[in-house]
Design a protein around this ligand. Structure first.
Ligand SMILES: Cc1ncc(COP(=O)(O)O)c(C=O)c1O
Length: 342
């Protein structure tokens, strides 16, 4: 029996930079010490990368942690939080920590529809969560469009733009952040070392915002919320932009393979994404297909968009694993019963 194939969490199968791994090893003899409060060294490095000031950076135990901090800081029992329908489940978890009401805005063409989000705003809206690229659909809205839309959003509403996959989406992923920060004191951009930097197990992410927002959300952080291994590894990972570029190139190649191989399966509707996963629908009972893959120890995610269509979300992974997934899908679909159940 072959090993299980895990393509359900959008991890970076190439792993972390060797420099990050060395930094963790080098840190092992200092484990008895608490981490530096607030992670000043890492904040400095992030600030330099983004051409902003360290005071505009907050660190989290994964970017999830920052989403939680924002939700706690900015909502009360009367508040509404607008979230696109079919988006990152972590937004729901963050909203769930509060008594605020979630208001959903439908996607268009599996893409976040900014106009629909705006139509959902009310006098009670305190917070908007957007993921760009969106998870689980992988679609992307251009930065210029986001900026134009932000101009139309009341400044007392906090807008979270979650860029967990941005390194996969843009050739120059850092160019827009300082301008956005200067123009909008109600926006927080969140990012993570879990995806393209390959450090998901260490849990480290960051947020970039006006000093007003940073102060408000930092009050919600647990002391020493980012551990010392994570701080050391993330700082080293930032120094290895070649590894990051190699990870992005590898991901592009694997996505091309998936687009091509999945499209050759009869009836496939493949979604072109800007992240490290590909979505596909087949004219069959998708829940059964998902369950059949699981029986064969192939783990992907299943989601239904309001459009309505159900998709498998397949993370990129080692090429041989993706080949196994494609062959297994073809065999399951060719065998008949799943097709008939459509
Ligand atoms: C859109 C999005 N945001 C945030 C996260 C959370 O990342 P982290 O590991 O930094 O908590 C994920 C993880 O899958 C994600 O897909």
């Amino acid at each position: 029996m072959r090993d299980a194939i895990y393509l359900d969490k959008n991890e970076n199968h190439l792993g972390a930079s060797g420099k990050a791994v060395d930094a963790v090893r080098a840190h092992a003899d200092r484990l008895c010490r608490y981490p530096a409060p607030g992670g000043p060294e890492l904040k400095d490095k992030i600030a330099r990368l983004l051409d902003i000031r360290p005071e505009n950076v907050v660190l989290g135990n994964g970017s999830d942690d920052i989403l939680f901090m924002v939700a706690r800081a900015y909502t009360d029992a009367d508040a509404e939080i607008v979230i696109p329908e079919t988006s990152f489940i972590g937004f729901d978890f963050a909203a769930g920590l509060t008594d605020a009401r979630i208001i959903r805005a439908d996607l268009s063409n599996l893409t976040v529809d900014l106009e629909r989000v705006r139509e959902k705003l009310s006098s009670r809206t305190k917070l908007i969560f957007l993921a760009n690229p969106n998870n689980p659909t992988g679609t992307f809205v251009g930065v210029e469009r986001i900026v134009g839309w932000l101009e139309t959003i009341p400044r007392d509403i906090i807008v979270v733009i979650d860029e967990a996959y941005i390194e996969y989406a843009l050739e120059a992923p850092n160019a827009h952040v300082s301008g956005m920060l200067a123009a909008f004191d109600n926006v927080i951009v969140t990012r993570t070392f879990s995806k393209a930097y390959g450090l998901a197990g260490l849990r480290v992410g960051y947020g970039v915002a006006s000093s007003k927002i940073i102060a408000a959300i930092s009050r919600q952080a647990a002391p020493f919320n980012v551990n010392s291994m994570a701080l050391a590894a993330a700082a080293a990972a930032l120094e290895d932009q070649e590894h990051l570029a190699a990870a992005v190139r590898d991901n592009d190649g694997l996505k091309d393979f998936l687009y091509d191989a999945l499209s050759r399966i009869e009836g496939a509707r493949v979604v072109q994404t800007k992240s490290n996963f590909v979505c596909v629908n087949f004219p069959c009972d998708m829940s059964k297909l998902h369950a059949s893959l699981k029986e064969k120890l192939i783990y992907c995610s299943l989601f239904t968009s309001a459009e309505p269509l159900t998709y498998l979300r397949i993370s990129t992974g080692p090429r041989h694993e993706l080949e196994t997934v494609v062959e297994t899908l073809r065999a399951l679909l060719d065998s008949g019963p799943l097709r008939k159940a459509a």
